[in-house]
Design a protein around this ligand. Structure first.
Ligand code: BTN
Length: 334
């Protein structure tokens, strides 16, 4: 175990009591006080709240807003799937790091998490503002599937995220096709999928998830964003629980997806759709389409009614939100 982890454990054991001086820590771990100070700075950068007062020492403040990667690892250890989980205080983009790892052969189940991203990316080349307090992470996957089936994979991840948010923070969450999570008319999460493939074989997929938790969100009138802190009215959002639960549930869903495809998730996805029944404009790579969303098909494509009896299916596009349903459709619409 590294000196940093040992210091953290020691401070945690003493949390709630009086502070521990730098001198005591230095003696205990046989390093200089300057080295202790450096390690404390590293722990703070990693998101731990360690209060320090001159001549008093350091005290760990427990916080449910913290991401403790060791705890996440140990909670997921039975999963085996997530063999390599890395956490960075700051990255340009978790996508870039995960893609680089995938390119160099890192196995499926590798997760790259950042507290902050300086060049976070969204779909369609948009910027994704990623200040501290959100959940920004990317997962490497190596599905033995045809590249054609991959567009529905992020829909499954969005569905699992939707269920997770509902379970952990008790807010009803809906899905805006293809893979945005909306709560009370605001986008709280988005997913970016990037892939490398040969003509009939996927080499890797990197799924990048961004969830606004405690971070400040940009105000954007076209796609209004919200955070879980705003929507719950509480500054304590259990990010670690959300991340751990999501990863556990996503692993199960992914394995089911490999066997049964999107069809296994379609009913729940449709139920949570904020678009079905709405008149929308979809900006696609081949132009604008206007119509009423009537369905999401078994391959995760959007079914748009252009006029009575004339439906088209779209496998890509950006739906311009008009007035969206507040959340999903409810069971009776299924
Ligand atoms: C979107 O809705 O446009 C997708 C947003 C995806 C953002 C996440 S945050 C973690 C990962 N790293 C990135 O740079 N982007 C994704």
């Amino acid at each position: 175990m590294s000196t940093r982890s040992l210091i953290l454990d020691y401070l945690k054991k003493n949390a709630g009591q009086t502070s521990v001086s730098g001198k005591i820590l230095a003696g205990r771990f046989s390093v200089t006080r300057a080295a202790i100070h450096k390690q404390i700075r590293g722990l703070r950068q990693a998101g731990y709240s360690i209060v320090g007062k001159s001549r008093c020492g350091y005290r760990f403040e427990a916080s449910e807003n913290i991401l403790d990667v060791r705890q996440i690892r140990s909670a997921l250890s039975a999963e085996r799937f997530y063999g390599h989980l890395e956490y960075h205080p700051v990255l340009s983009s978790t996508q870039d790091v995960a893609k680089d790892r995938a390119f160099h052969g890192e196995p499926e189940g590798t997760v790259v998490i950042a507290e902050r991203q300086t060049s976070g990316r969204g779909r369609l080349g948009r910027r994704w503002i990623s200040s501290p307090g959100g959940l920004w992470f990317s997962i490497i996957l190596r599905p033995a599937l045809s590249p054609r089936s991959i567009p529905s994979l992020p829909l499954v991840a969005a569905l699992v995220l939707c269920r997770t948010i509902e379970e952990v923070v008790s807010l009803k969450a809906g899905l805006k096709w293809p893979n945005d999570v909306w709560i009370r008319g605001k986008k709280v999460a988005g997913i970016l999928a990037e892939m490398s493939s040969e003509s009939d074989r996927v080499q890797w997929v990197v799924l990048g998830l961004g969830l606004n938790c405690l971070n400040s969100v940009p105000s954007d009138v076209i796609s209004p964003a919200g955070s879980l802190a705003d929507l719950t009215g509480s500054r304590s959002v259990p990010r670690q629980e959300i991340l751990t639960k999501f990863l556990g549930e996503f692993r199960k869903a992914y394995q089911r997806y490999l066997m049964e495809g999107f069809a296994a998730f379609r009913a729940d996805y449709r139920r949570r759709s904020v678009l079905i029944g709405r008149d929308v404009t979809v900006n696609t790579s081949t132009g604008k389409r206007r119509g009423r969303v009537v369905d999401v098909d078994g391959e995760g494509r959007l079914v748009l009614r252009l006029s009575p009896g004339r439906n088209i299916v779209l496998s890509e596009g950006d739906v311009v939100p008009g007035s969206l349903r507040q959340e999903g459709r409810g069971r009776d619409g299924d």
